[in-house]
Design a protein around this ligand. Structure first.
Ligand code: T5A
Length: 226
């Protein structure tokens, strides 16, 4: 299967791909908006554009798949079906949104990406790493984010924050506490395995405090002025 990711990865004019990850209510969406503003300012002299997107979703087809995943009964899908749906949504999102933006030189900030499938379906739902790695290789080869910021928060605080925000998209929030603990441990394990790509941010602070930690990590890793 032809995977255009390698062309994207080696293009000199390619933008950067930055992902935010973490459990429920870690503050990713809030910090993504703040990071996008700061990056836009920092990148303005270079003329680079900042694009924000999310998963599951971020393209028309992937948003349609999202609706199947984030609503309804917690046991609506088997773990394997769920991993396939997330991976199918991701492929569409990459083809239609992320890869074209990177080719155009844009910096893409994405709220969740493939680490969420590893953490939620691989660790949380127990599918394990090898199956998820196989699916991901088939769907997008060796394409990887340039930087992944993992917002880490204790499970109870995160779920409390998330409950204050959601409408009907709470299928994962309703899973039991041990599931949420497994996926928190999973994200930390991913960071231990790939320290060059991943930075763990302690998200147990107020909004401005977490924002300062996010910017310190992002600016250092991306070679921007602090
Ligand atoms: N999923 C996703 C998988 O299972 N596999 C996959 O492969 C993928 C891609 C997506 C769901 O799908 C699952 C994971 C998810 O369960 P979603 O709606 O995108 O659904 O869910 P989340 O990304 O988890 O969104 P949340 O809102 O729950 O979390 P965020 O984005 O981490 O949190 P945010 O920023 O919206 O903040 C939540 C609330 O907390 C407050 C905010 O103001 C807001 O009210 N808050 C803070 N309050 C105090 N102090 C702080 N520092 C705060 N930061 C935020």
């Amino acid at each position: 299967m032809a995977v255009p990711a390698s062309a994207v990865a080696t293009s000199a004019a390619r933008g950067r791909f930055i992902t935010l990850e973490g459990g429920e209510g870690a503050g990713k969406s809030t910090q993504l908006r703040r990071l996008a503003e700061a990056l836009s300012t920092a990148l303005a002299p270079r003329g680079a554009r900042v694009v924000t997107t999310r998963e599951p979703g971020g393209s028309k087809g992937a948003e349609e798949i999202r609706a199947l995943l984030v609503t309804g009964e917690t046991g609506r899908w088997s773990a394997t079906t769920e991993a396939l749906l997330h991976t199918a949504a991701r492929r569409d999102h990459l083809e239609r949104t992320v890869w074209p933006a990177l080719e155009a030189g844009d910096w893409v900030l994405c709220d969740r990406f493939f680490d969420s499938t590893m953490a939620y379906q691989g660790y949380g739902l127990g599918l394990g790493r090898p199956l998820i790695e196989t699916l991901q290789t088939a769907a997008f080869g060796d394409f990887r984010p340039d930087l992944t910021l993992i917002l880490d928060i204790d499970v109870v605080t995160g779920l409390h924050r998330a409950a204050s925000r959601h409408g009907g998209e709470d299928r994962y929030e309703r899973m039991d506490t041990s599931f949420h603990q497994r996926l928190r441990d999973g994200f930390l394990d991913i960071a231990r395995r790939e320290p060059e790509r991943c930075a763990v941010i302690d998200a147990d602070a107020d909004l401005d405090g977490v924002q300062a930690r996010v910017w310190a990590a992002a600016s250092a890793r991306l070679g921007l002025a602090p």
